[in-house]
Unconditional design. Structure first.
Length: 137
């Protein structure tokens, strides 16, 4: 079996799609389309933990902050299967970082400028690409 998913970081990373202060259009459409699925009723949610885009093997802190982990199908399945060692860090998760109120709200914000990112978003995209290139070396 692979390593268990690490619990969310103390705060969502600087490019987290759930953060209110992250520019619109930073991620691809496909990434934003995943967010609101976790807003659904428990049996209709995705079964996989939403992972951080920046930290390999770590649950997304924004995901844990925005979605009710008590009703998270992914957390339940992860806990039962051993993908998550301890659900408590997810259930007790809080952050002072401003995040959207739902996955749908985060997705709508992110997709608003996805076809024409602002200069701030373009700088952030360039920074993410450079970091990815460094990791690939």
């Amino acid at each position: 079996m692979s390593e268990p998913v690490k619990p969310p970081a103390p705060n969502p990373c600087g490019s987290c799609p759930y953060r209110r202060d992250v520019p619109s259009g930073l991620w691809e459409v496909e990434e934003y389309e995943k967010l609101d699925a976790y807003d659904r009723e428990t049996p209709d949610q995705p079964i996989g933990v939403f992972l951080c885009h920046r930290q390999d093997g770590r649950a997304c802190a924004g995901w844990a902050a925005v979605h009710d982990m008590e009703d998270s199908l992914a957390l339940r399945i992860g806990s039962a299967s051993g993908t998550i060692d301890d659900p408590e860090p997810f259930l007790d998760y809080e952050t002072t970082t401003p995040v959207f109120d739902s996955g749908a709200e985060a997705a709508a914000h992110g997709m608003r400028e996805v076809r024409n990112p602002s200069p701030d978003a373009r700088r952030a995209i360039d920074k993410l690409k450079a970091a990815e290139a460094r990791r690939a070396r």
